[in-house]
Design a protein around this ligand. Sequence first.
Ligand code: SF4
Ligand code: SF4
Length: 371
Amino acid sequence: SPMKNRITDIGPRKYSEFYPPFIAKNKGKWAYHEILEPGVLVHVGESGDKVYTVRCGTARLMSITLIREMCDIADKHCSGYLRFTTRSNVEFMVDSEDKLKALKSDLAARKFAGGSYKFPIGGTGAGITNIIHTQGWVHCHTPATDASGPVKAVMDEVFADFQQMRLPAPLRISLACCINMCGAVHCSDIGIVGIHRKPPMIDTDWVDQLCEIPLAVASCPTAAVRPTKIDRADGTKMNSIAIKNERCMYCGNCYTMCPALPISDKEGDGMAIMVGGKVSNRISMPKFSKVVVAYIPNEPPRWPSMTKVIKKIVEVYAANANKYERLGEWAERIGWERFFSLTGLKFTHHLIDDFRDPAYYTWRQSTQFKF
Ligand code: SF4
Ligand code: SF4
């Protein structure tokens, strides 16, 4: 048939083609799994097969050299297979205890010139796993903060909890560099979210050349953008845009549609901290994260004010929550007033929600508010 060799799907190949043989064999027939030690899991099949997994943190944005080294490790120990988790941990799997021992000591011996681990083992169970994050200043067009930079700074601060499981329950930290939140900030135990605090600037020289003005108008959720006409130097009129600043909630949607409305601003940009979200329905229903710090300025390269807040929240949670209680469950049990007094965070009017929908009122789950 003429259709026989037609390529109808040019996307990635089906994931099942990449299963290691022992995973393909036991798929859907696992009896149980357990964490043997931080970063090391065993899955036991109904057949009695055992698969040992070693989980390592990654930087998410990685050099080709480092990825090649991962491939070499996979070739050496794991018949050429490896996998990444949704939080950008890399996992190496082997099918015997002897292979596990050799893999672990090989990984632990690989270090950067400065002495830090290339492949730190950990990120399982009641600890802090890799921080899921977005693109930041490296790549995206609307970030209010960086992604990789603050994530590295936070991870350095809480690294001991990547390698151990002393916390009451898993603690998931996420970062999204703007309120589009292409990270998982809205449902994480601790979320760091980049926020703008000023309306976009209007680059009048370019508006009529770069933008479809009706599209820019339609993109604004608060109807702050409207078409207008301005004078050219020669006295003629040109189409442009006007923004009603008091309506703007600094979301950056209009900039996504119209590159002549840049929103990044050194003084206006920074980050908010959200806590208490989770996707698990263990003990209690899944929860959205809630804003607990309305604004922290960008302080590259090490973001000291933000990392101090995160560290404090982690330590207070570790010292006070009951076993198995996620951060949001603990805060709800003791009451948010006590959460603020124990963490020393200041409650400000920015944290009071102004949504009218009863599903949301009483506590702020959005960073879209006025400064
Ligand atoms: Fe871009 Fe926003 Fe996603 Fe950051 S969170 S990568 S700025 S869309
Ligand atoms: Fe509207 Fe958001 Fe643009 Fe402000 S930043 S003008 S609210 S689209």
